[in-house]
Ligand binder design. Sequence first.
Ligand code: PS7
Ligand code: MN
Ligand code: MN
Ligand code: MN
Ligand code: MN
Ligand code: MN
Length: 351
Amino acid sequence: ASLQQTLAQDTSKKSCYEFLNMTSRSFAAVIQELDEELRDSVCLFYLVLRGLDTIEDDMSLDLNRKVELLRSFDQIIYQKGWTFNENGPNEKDRELLVHFDVIINEFLRLKPEYQKVIANITKLMGDGMADYVSGEHRENTAIATVKDFDLYCHYVAGLVGYGLSDLFAASGLESKEIADDKVLSNAMGLFLQKTNIIRDYREDLDDGRQFWPKEIWGKYVEKFSDLTKPEYKDKAQACLSDMVLNVLDDVPQVLTYLSKLKNQSVFNFCAIPQVMAISTLALVFNNLDIYHRNLKIRKGQAVKLIMDSKDMDHVVSIFRQYVFEISRKNEATDPNFMKISMAIGRIEQWI
Ligand code: PS7
Ligand code: MN
Ligand code: MN
Ligand code: MN
Ligand code: MN
Ligand code: MN
C-alpha cells in the first residue's frame, strides 16, 4: 500500500476507536486491553451492534423503515460508503450512524472469518429486534411472558455472547470448546442485559419503553408505572425481588463460563462486566430508589472491582461478597424470600 493509503487507514482506524470511546460506557477500556489479534474485531463487533441498537432505539424512525433497516443491517455492513441519512434525535450514538462509512471500511479490512461471525450475529439480532418492534402502542409490550423476556434478551445480548465466543475461538486465543456451549455464552449476555433492564426501569419508562415481563410485574400491579407510586411500595419491593430472582438463575453459568477461559486479556474482558453486574444487582436489590432514579455503583468501587478481577479466585470471591450482600438484604416478609434463599443456595454450591 502507498504511504497515503497507510495514513488514511490509520486515520479511519483511529476514528473507530474514537467512536468506541464516545459510545460505550463500560466496554471501551476492556476492549482496548484485548490482545492485538482480537482487539479490532471485537471493537468493530461492538460498533456494528451499537449502530444496530441505535436504529432499534430510535423512536422517531418510521416503523416500516426501522424494520427494513434492522433486517438488512447484515448487508449494510458490506456496502462501502453507506451512511444514515434519516432525521433523528441528535445524540452521540446517532453520530456513529451518520459516519457509518468509516466503520464499514474498517469492518471490511478484518479477516474474512471475523467478518462472517459479525455478519451472522448481526443478521440474527436484527431479525430478533424486528420481531419485537411493537409500534406506537408500547403499553401493549411484546414482552409478556418470562419466555418472551428470555428470548428478547437472547436476541440483544445472548447472541453477543455467541459471537464473542466465536471470535475467541477463531482467534486461537481460546479453545474451540468455548464456542460450543451455547447455553453458557447465552447466560453471559443474559446476566448483563437483565441487570441493565432492572437498573434502567425509570430511564426506560420515561422513554416510553418497558422490558420487564408482564408475567412478573403483573403479579404485583395493574399498570407498569404503578410501581413508582408510594401506595404500592410493598408491591414494588416484592416485584423487584422477583426480577432479581430471575437474574440470579444465570450466575452459576456465568461462573462456569469464566472458569473455562485461558487467555488473560480475554478473561479480563469477560469478567469485568460480569463483576460490575453482580455489584449492580446487589445495589438495586431491595432498593426502591430504582423506581425513581438511575442507580450507579460508586466510581471508586468500580475501579477497585476492575483491578481485582484478574483471576478466577478473585472473581469468585467478589461474587461471594455480593451474593452475601443480597442474602443479608433478603427479608423474611418478602413473598420471594424462600425462592431467593434457594437460588443463593445453588450459587453457594459453586462458590
Ligand atoms: C461486542 C463487546 C463476554 C461471552 C451494543 C457483552 C444494547 C448489556 O441499551 O449500552 O444503553 O441500556 O449499557 C458488545 C458475553 C449490543 C453483552 C446490549 C456489544 C457478554 C447491542 C452485552 C454491545 C455479551 C444490544 C450494552 C449486552 O449495554 O445498554 C460487544 C461474553 C451492544 C455482552 C445491547 C447491551 C449491551 C448489553 P443500553 P448498554
Ligand atoms: Mn447504558
Ligand atoms: Mn435497544
Ligand atoms: Mn440501547
Ligand atoms: Mn459529524
Ligand atoms: Mn438499558
